[in-house]
Design a protein around this ligand. Sequence first.
Ligand SMILES: *Cc1c(COP(=O)(O)O)cnc(C)c1O
Length: 366
Amino acid sequence: MTASIRPEPRAGVMSIAPYVPGKSKATGGGKLYKLSSNETPLGASPRAIAAYKACADHLELYPDGTSTALREAIAGQFGLSPDRIVCGAGSDEILNLLTHAYVGPGDEGIFTAHGFLVYKIAITAAGGTPVVVPETNLTTDVDAILAAVTPRTRIVFVANPNNPTGTYIPFDEVRRLHAGLPANVLLVLDAAYAEYVRRNDYESGIELVATSQNVVMTRTFSKIYGLANLRIGWCYAPDHVCDALNRIRGPFNLGGPSIAAGVAAIQDREFTESAVAHNEAWLPRVTAALAALGLVVTPSVGNFILIHFPDVDGKRAPDADAFLSANGVVLRRMDAYGLPGALRMTIGSAEANEATIAALAAFLKV
Ligand SMILES: *Cc1c(COP(=O)(O)O)cnc(C)c1O
C-alpha cells in the first residue's frame, strides 16, 4: 500500500472556495445584533412553530418523500399546479439539483458579477465552467448576459432581486432576456426575496415559467417566512424539468417538521403581511439615516442594503466591520462578492436598526 495514494475529488472540486456564512458572533461581550444573513427579525409564524413541535412525537417515521402537503399548500397560495413544484432542502438544494441535472464538463453556466455565490459553487462542482458577466450600476445587465451566451451555455442564473446588491430588473427585462436565449438554455430566476418587493414592474417569474419550456423560478422559506433553520425551498418549473429533478434528488430531501412548518407558514398570510410591513417601514428609514451620515447606499428592494464606505484610511469597510463588531453589530463583509468596499446590512428589529445606525454614526465620527 502506498501512503500517498488516496481518493481524490473530481476536477474542479478543490478549486471551489467554500461558502462562508455570515458571522453569528461579535467580538465584544454585550448584546448582539446579527444582521449578516438576511434573516427576519420577526421569527417564524406561531402557527409554523406549533406545526413543527407537533412532529416531535413521530421522529421515527420517514417523511412523505414527495412533500405533497407542502406542494399543495404552495400551489393553493399562488394558483399553481402542485405537479410543477419540486421542494428542496432550502433553495440551495434546488439550485444545485438544477445545475447537476443540466451542466457537466465542458458546459458553461452564466451569472452576474455580484450574483449569489451558490451559482458559482454549483456550476464548478458539476464540472462546468462558470462564466461571470459584468453588471451595470450593480444591476443585472441583460445585454451583458446575452453577449456571453455560447453554444456551450446550458444555464443562466439571475437572482431577482439580487443578493447582495438589493437591485432588481423589471419584468420586461426578464422577458427580453428569455427571448434572447436559445431554447436549450435553462433560465433560473432566483426569487428568494420576491415577497419583499413593492414595485409595479416586478414579477417573480410565475407566468414566464407557465408559458415556456426553459424557465424555472426558485423560492425559499428562509427569508420572509423565517424558517431558515428548517431548510425549505421550492421551484416552479416545466414538467420535464420537474421530472429530471425528481430523478436526482434525495428520496426524502425534506424532513416532516419542515413540510409541516412550511404548510402552516404559507397559510399564515397575516404573519407574512406583518413581515412585509416591517420591512416596508424600516428599509427606507435605514437607507435615509445612513445616507444622512454621508454613506452611499445602493437602493434596495429586498430586506437588506449594501452600504459603501469611503476609500479613506480608517473609514473603509473592514474598519467599519471591526468597529461594529466590537459594538455588538454584525454585518456581512462583501469581499467574496467582489465588493470589498461595502458591507451588507440586513433590516433587523427596530432596536437592531437603531443600534446599527448609532454605531455607524459613532464610527464615522471616530
Ligand atoms: C438566501 C438566499 C437564498 C435562499 O437559500 P435557502 O437555501 O433557501 O436558505 C437563495 N438565493 C439567494 C439569492 C439568497 O440570498
